[in-house]
Design a protein around this ligand. Structure first.
Ligand code: BGC
Length: 471
């Protein structure tokens, strides 16, 4: 027997329903449709196939992690009731990162997505933080000013070019803020992204953070009297701010180098040389002002005080700057990367993954914003944010500690967590955004599965850095 369950909105005229039933009204037709479906997925997921001898790893890399990457690519964080329903739209940074796990599956769709995202950029390189997938317009309610956003466009575009070799995409004319009268080539969009960082430097020569960087909840210019106010709508006081992000500095060194490499390949040697000077200066600034002695500082606050430093009582060390500065190999020769990753192992690593910061915030700090409003051990306040664990895995591979990267990989990879399903709670084949950290009520309990940048970053870390197959 085959049973058909369906829904049609034409409940008086049953034509559509009858047509659909006719397609599947024999067992043979159902079998054929299932075989087609299997073929579709085998083809789609077959572009990267691993035979490692480890059944769990193969299952994640060949099927489930790729499947989650596809789902996340389609919906970004919109259409999720874990998040905030469709209102949230597609994130500029989220969607660029999602591309990294998807681009090898259907490159043509990735290409279209890159153009859509770039079309919401402003002429000065800044970006709408989110856009609506149906209208493809930037979301005015939240606006822009998140100073990591522009750099993610370099990641998205370069990942696409590395996978496809399609340098032609750089010649595509792309509007700014969907206004065709100010369209320029996609390459020019990357240039303004690069320049947005160097036009917004703070007193230490590090990038100003703006409303936030990747950590949407580290709101250094917000000063909200109400800890329940969302960072999405809060006013910011940016006049006279000294708030700088060491994470964006690390990102700038990595994607700046990618940009330089791209310029060289395109024969733009002058532009490459100009960009190199800025990347070198950023590297110097991080070594000088972003190093705390044993690990990288996370940021400077509005007043110019360090965050993520041994000088702080809470939030002495954060994962983001350790990840980005080690991925960028900043201070590798001087031993900074080794020390930074040793500090991660000592202070942030737990049985269930690496926590975001330590010690957790136990009270609301008006100068740090939303991050300090979460209970200790959850979300951005010392939760295991699975999205950023791969940054440390990749950093470990940069200093040649592949075994350590692999250990971190297994700690948060769903297939290796089947034995603790009762604690973990979410599906044993899907990454979750967050696992409760060591300060939480129930460490190891996961939350928000499916739509998270965790999918793409873990796929990227395992395939390109731990297994080492790069396009
Ligand atoms: C958002 C990301 C953000 C992350 C960390 C997620 O919910 O979608 O854009 O980087 O949280 O704050």
């Amino acid at each position: 027997h085959s049973f058909l369950v369906g829904y049609t909105w034409e409940n008086i005229n049953k034509k559509k329903a009858k047509e659909t039933i006719a397609k599947f009204d024999t067992v043979a037709k159902v079998d054929a449709a299932l075989a087609d479906l299997r073929k579709y997925w085998d083809t789609l997921l077959g572009n990267y196939t691993l035979d490692s001898g480890d059944e769990k790893l193969d299952r994640m890399v060949n099927i489930w992690n790729q499947y989650q990457c596809m789902v996340t690519f389609c919906f970004s964080r919109s259409a999720s009731f874990f998040e905030s329903g469709i209102g949230r739209g597609m994130g500029f940074r989220d969607s660029n990162q999602d591309l990294v796990g998807f681009v090898h599956q259907i490159p043509e769709r990735a290409r279209e997505r890159i153009i859509d995202i770039a079309s919401t950029q402003f002429p000065d390189g800044g970006c709408y933080h989110q856009y609506q997938p149906l209208t493809k317009r930037g979301n005015n309610d939240i606006g822009g000013g998140f100073n990591d956003d522009p750099l993610w466009l370099i990641l998205g575009t370069i990942s696409y070019i590395k996978e496809t070799g399609d340098f032609g995409i750089l010649q595509e004319q792309v509007p700014f803020d969907n206004d065709w009268s100010v369209a320029r080539s996609l390459f020019d969009h990357l240039s303004v992204s690069f320049d947005h960082v160097i036009k917004n430097l703070g007193p230490h020569g590090l990038p100003l953070i703006g409303r936030a960087d990747w950590n949407d909840c580290l709101n250094l210019n917000c000063f909200s009297n109400d800890p329940n106010e969302s960072f999405q709508t809060a006013e910011n006081k940016s006049e006279g701010t000294k708030a700088e992000s060491v994470m964006i500095a690390g990102m700038f060194v990595i994607y700046g180098q990618d940009y330089i490499e791209l310029c060289k390949r395109l024969g733009k040697t002058e532009e490459a040389a100009r960009a190199q000077k800025h990347v070198d200066a950023m590297t110097v600034a991080v070594k000088k002002y972003g190093w705390d002695g044993e690990w990288f500082v996370r940021a400077y606050d509005y007043y110019g005080n360090k965050i993520g430093s041994r000088e702080n009582e809470e939030g002495k060390i954060f994962i983001e700057s350790q990840g980005w500065c080690t991925m960028a190999a900043i201070g590798k020769e001087e031993g900074m990367c080794h020390k930074s990753l040793d500090a991660v192992k000592e202070r942030l690593d737990t049985k269930y993954g690496i926590v975001l910061n330590n010690p957790a915030f136990t009270k609301y700090y008006i100068e740090y914003g939303e991050i300090s409003s979460y209970p200790p051990g959850y979300k951005e306040n010392a939760g295991i944010f699975c999205h950023n664990n791969p940054w440390i895995m990749i950093g470990e591979t940069v200093i040649g500690r592949g075994e350590q990267a692999w250990e971190y990989y297994k700690k948060i990879c769903p297939a290796y967590l089947e034995d603790i399903s009762d604690l973990h709670k979410t599906e044993p084949y899907v990454y979750s955004q967050m696992v409760a950290g060591k300060d939480a009520f129930k460490p190891g309990e996961a939350k928000n599965s499916w739509l998270t940048g965790t999918a793409a970053w873990n796929y990227y870390a395992i395939t390109q850095f731990i297994l080492g197959i790069k396009p």
